[in-house]
Design a protein around this ligand. Structure first.
Ligand code: SF4
Ligand code: MSK
Length: 651
């Protein structure tokens, strides 16, 4: 049996550490310990194998001279590019199937066929309608909504012509995509084509595959994901700055604890309504509880955290931990990032584990189907009632709720950043651009993505963001990474004085904003694409996204969705660094293209670095290079902050 890491080497999150110790003492299996017990396959980790046909599977060597080929003759470059492209296709499919679900839900609301939901943000509906070329003057809101819904749905099955939201990109970017033949058509078409091209005996040119994957990824970022974000804002409200609370301490010993984990926001939205419903509250009282404590987890939780200020229990690698508290009466999941091990773990406690989506059933879980378009309220009542009924089964001797939760402010949609920095009467990105040009803000970094048991949980995000802030880089976040930094107190305005360099600190203090902005779930990275496009259009920072002093990172990623996101950022012109490990072998032609040559084609490129300080250095160097190209680089050399310098900053 492999030796388990010491708990202090597994996570820097105190509540997770406490629960991991409890699990180890009780002999329970967690994903952290399973990661230690099963080392990653070295050939798979380097993407040096292929099982696209049964002449294989073929295992190639990850060592130079890289001349070994598969039975069919496929080279290491072809095999790696094909594997990568399939990851992009899978990630695109996941985000986009979610986007389709939101489109169908929205169509049912727009047509007046769904009394369980409503349009909460008409102003956003009209703004999106305008971007889609839908006439709004003199028309009923309902008619505009139906047309918007139909156009959004059509983006999935469209066979010809580019996706509508691509027109939001700067002109130069659009032209580049056009010249390279990378304008995605329908989302489904791009995913199908990628699966076809990566099948045995089809595309065997690593560059062609990688650029094909770029078109597929663009269909995610500027298609499926963007549709999802925009329609979710219209239905559930566009995020505005709002207070929230995060970490396992949001559980309540005296109430029915209901945890919702997954990605599609409509079930959680319905449960938010029901958790305040007098009839449901009466049921909870009858069951002996003081009330219902509904909390989010992972990404649907992120969406409701920044829309409603819903309490949030933690990120992906805290899903085991939340169950180990022994205080969860019902855990409801929908799709994506649901670890199968959660079901057997929940069986060690009284926790009832419910799958709710026909696309995601798990052996051993109770399945109660939830459809947004059909009896959503009724299904929500059924789910919540089951959790309430389970309250009586809670075993007090097994309950440990860590007394740790952190306050935060989230809700930084691109509309909010616009208003916040520009003011209500002159909403614009001009002040942000001005502060970048005058050097108070060195640049902007998107730090996003998952947590992963193969690295010290939360630590890579934390170290990276600290270093970026100290160097005056404003940080925008989504997904599980955002929860890490919220837990560490970086999403409070006071964090500016504690962690930022003098320029960024001055800007944050003037506006009263935290230096780390929570923009939503992993699907909401599309907000960052829109914000970058607005920065270009505002002027003074070049003609294309690739001219901006910005960079992206997913320091602890684990999901194929993260690869799709990374590739759509690269294809949109952003330098993007990933941590943990990367499915590529340094020195192969394909890796050299991905980490180098692709920049000539797309203006953005990939990098891999597992050390957070080196990762920050790569991003800051890139930002400096862009500042220099723009001629705004004066007096902004990178500062390396040692412990002493940081201590002085914190005074
Ligand atoms: Fe091997 Fe080629 Fe078949 Fe892949 S496609 S498994 S490399 S023979
Ligand atoms: S939940 S994709 S672990 S961000 Fe979106 Fe978190 Fe990554 Fe899942």
């Amino acid at each position: 049996m492999a030796k388990l890491r010491e708990i202090q080497d597994v996570t820097i999150c105190e509540t997770t550490a406490e629960m991991l110790k409890k699990a180890r003492d009780a002999g329970l299996s967690t994903a952290f310990d399973r990661a230690d017990e099963m080392s990653a396959c070295p050939i798979g980790a380097k993407s040096a194998c292929c099982k696209h046909c049964v002449m294989g599977p073929c295992r190639l060597s990850s060592k130079a001279p890289y001349d070994k080929v598969g039975v069919c003759g496929a080279t290491i470059d072809t095999i790696q590019a094909r594997n990568f492209a399939r990851m992009v296709a899978a990630g695109t499919a996941a985000h986009s199937d979610h986007g389709r679900e939101m489109s169908e839900l929205f169509l049912s609301i727009a047509k007046g066929e769904n009394p369980d939901y409503q349009i909460r943000d008409e102003a956003k509906l009209l703004a999106v309608a305008k971007d889609l070329g839908v006439e709004t003057e003199g028309r009923e809101v309902k008619d505009v909504a139906v047309e918007v819904a139909e156009i959004c749905l059509s983006q999935f099955g469209q066979q010809h012509g580019p996706l509508k939201f691509l027109e939001r990109a700067p002109e130069a970017r659009f032209k580049k995509w056009q010249e390279l033949g990378l304008l995605p058509r329908g989302v489904d078409r791009e995913v199908v084509e990628m699966m076809h091209r990566t099948a045995m005996g089809v595309d065997q040119d690593y560059k062609n595959l990688t650029l094909g994957a770029a078109r597929c990824a663009l269909a995610d970022g500027w298609g499926g994901s963007m549709v999802s974000t925009e329609l979710s804002d219209i239905m559930f409200g566009t995020p505005k700055p709002i207070r929230g609370e995060v970490d396992l301490g949001v559980l309540d010993a005296n109430k029915v604890n209901v945890v919702v984990h997954g990605h599609e926001p409509h079930m959680l939205d319905m449960l938010c309504e029901l958790a305040e419903d007098p009839e449901m509250l009466a049921k909870a009282k009858e069951a002996g509880a003081e009330g219902i404590n509904l909390v989010g987890m992972c990404c649907s939780g992120n969406e409701q955290l920044i829309r409603r200020g819903l309490k949030h229990a933690g990120n992906f690698m805290q899903c085991d931990a939340v169950i180990i508290t022994g205080a969860v009466d019902g855990m409801m999941v929908d799709v994506q990032c649901i670890q199968q091990g959660l079901v057997s773990l929940s069986q060690c406690f009284h926790t009832k584990f419910f799958t709710t989506n026909y696309r995601c059933k798990i052996e051993g879980a109770e399945h109660i189907e939830f459809h947004g378009t059909e009896n959503a309220r009724q299904s929500g009542v059924e789910l919540l009632t089951k959790a309430i009924e389970n309250f009586k089964n809670r075993d007090a001797s097994k309950v440990t709720i860590p007394d740790t939760r952190e306050q935060m402010i989230g809700g930084f949609s691109h509309e909010t950043i616009n208003y916040m920095l520009g003011g209500t009467f002159r909403a614009s990105y001009t002040p942000l651009n001005d502060n970048i040009i005058n050097g108070r803000i060195r640049g902007v970094a998107g730090v996003v993505g998952c947590t992963n048991p193969r690295v010290k949980h939360d630590w890579v995000h934390y170290e990276l963001v600290k270093e970026l802030l100290a160097n005056d880089v404003l940080v925008v976040q989504t997904g599980c990474s955002a929860i890490t930094m919220a837990k560490m107190g970086f999403m409070q305005p006071e964090a500016a004085a504690k962690y930022c360099g003098p320029g960024l600190r001055e800007v944050c203090e003037a506006v009263g904003m935290p230096p780390v902005l929570h923009s939503g779930a992993c699907v909401d990275n599309s907000r960052i694409l829109v914000a970058l496009s607005e920065m270009v259009k505002t002027g003074g920072l070049g003609d294309d996204i690739s001219d901006l002093p910005v960079a992206g990172a997913a320091p602890e990623y684990m999901s194929e969705k993260a690869i799709a996101i990374g590739h759509y950022f690269v294809a949109s012109g952003v330098f993007t660094v990933f941590g943990v490990t990367f499915p590529a072998i340094e020195g192969t032609k394909w890796a050299e293209y991905l980490f180098g040559g692709i920049e000539e084609d797309l203006g953005g490129k990939w990098a891999f670095e597992s050390d957070p300080n080196k990762m920050a250095a790569l991003m800051i160097d890139h930002i400096n290079k862009k500042r220099e190209a723009l001629g705004i680089h004066k007096k902004k050399e990178r500062v390396l902050f040692d412990m002493e310098a940081r201590r002085q900053l914190e005074v």
